[in-house]
Design a protein around this ligand. Structure first.
Ligand SMILES: Cc1cc2nc3c(=O)[nH]c(=O)nc-3n(C[C@H](O)[C@H](O)[C@H](O)COP(=O)(O)OP(=O)(O)OC[C@H]3O[C@@H](n4cnc5c(N)ncnc54)[C@H](O)[C@@H]3O)c2cc1C
Length: 308
């Protein structure tokens, strides 16, 4: 019985940890599994200023507190593990870790989050959170009266470029094509904004700086000309990926972007399988929305366990 749980939560970001807190407080036996360090994308954030009730906190500190809280209510947590097999479709669920330990449960909460698409050019990893951001809502405020670049040409890039003009003194949209893929109204709004200008048909090739981002190098796709620009920040909006690869060969319902489809109680199409956080089909991806999802998924899982 040692390896048998009421609920296994896959993913220990804010969604998974919150689900763990609510389930454990509801007297369920809970295991949280994470392939990396507990905390999820929060750990990548040097300062979270929009989590209510906490004026400003480092992502690391917030995740440490959430983890402590989950443990204090009795959640078992295993980080830096590898899930080598799992079964979520039958009535009894199981997850195999590191090819040797099999954990069984009556229900599962999927909370594997997601990640922004990266440019994958030199310097990007180094300056992530130190001048390079993938989230205007999270980091826009740190660029008050600074000059920034927005990379991308879709709806997110155009809309966020406009929203970032609330903070930045100048926003340059840098896009690889000679036209934008965004809706006409988003393009028009950006074009009418006097703080925004454009570098078209170009791709960033490298980021430079000491401790913080200071400069980008970019290349014109047509002429091959390489240029440099001093810059305070770069926001990258070239798409988002839900961490759902491991579920692709199951009957779990995903949308065309491979995000998990669920109802408002976080129930998926598989009985006893719930979802919470950034991997699900939704528009706003924040710590607040992840913890809200985690709460709802846990309550749904508790109802499911009770009815069993
Ligand atoms: C740079 C940056 C700054 C941000 N700043 C803010 C901010 O200021 N305010 C704010 O509200 N939001 C911010 N966000 C967004 C916020 O961090 C996310 O919306 C939130 O963390 C999503 O929580 P989650 O639990 O759904 O997923 P995640 O935080 O992505 O956590 C998912 C967890 O699942 C684990 N995992 C993935 N795959 C597997 C697997 N196969 N098996 C087991 N575990 C797996 C991951 O290791 C991770 O720990 C920021 C995001 C980034 C990237």
């Amino acid at each position: 019985m040692e390896n048998t749980f009421d609920t296994i939560i896959i993913g220990g970001g804010p969604a998974g940890l919150t689900a763990g807190i609510y389930l454990a407080r509801g007297k369920a036996k809970v295991l949280i599994l994470d392939t990396a360090t507990i905390g999820g994308q929060m750990i990548l954030t040097h300062a979270i200023a929009n989590y209510p009730g906490v004026e400003e906190v480092s992502g690391y500190q917030l995740s440490t507190t959430m983890k402590k809280q989950a443990k204090s209510f009795g959640c078992q947590i295993k980080s830096n593990i590898k899930i080598t097999d799992f079964s979520i479709e039958s009535e009894s669920k199981s997850v195999t870790v590191n090819d040797k330990i099999i954990y069984n449960s009556k229900s599962i909460i999927l909370a594997t989050g997601g990640r922004s698409r990266m440019l994958n050019v030199p310097g990007e990893e180094k300056f992530k959170g130190q001048g390079i951001s993938y989230c205007a809502t999270c980091d826009g405020d740190f660029f008050q009266d600074r000059e920034i670049i927005v990379v991308g040409g879709g709806n997110s890039a155009m809309e966020e470029a406009v929203s970032l003009t609330k903070y930045a003194s100048k926003v340059t949209v840098l896009h690889e094509f000679d036209h934008f893929q965004a809706f006409e109204h988003a393009i028009t709004e950006a074009k009418e904004n006097p703080k925004i200008d454009y570098i078209m048909e170009s791709r960033i090739t490298e980021f430079f700086g000491k401790d913080k981002l200071e400069k980008v190098q970019y290349k014109n796709q047509k002429t091959g000309k390489v240029s440099e620009k001093q810059i305070d920040g770069v926001f990258i909006f070239i798409g988002y990926q839900a961490n759902t690869d491991m579920f692709k060969n199951t009957s779990l319902k995903l949308n065309q972007w491979n995000e998990v489809v669920a109802d408002e109680m976080m129930k998926t199409n598989i009985d006893g399988v719930f979802v919470a956080g950034d991997l699900r089909e939704k528009r706003i991806r924040q710590v607040t929305t992840a913890v809200a999802d985690g709460t709802i998924a846990a309550v749904s899982a508790l109802d499911f366990l009770h009815n069993k």
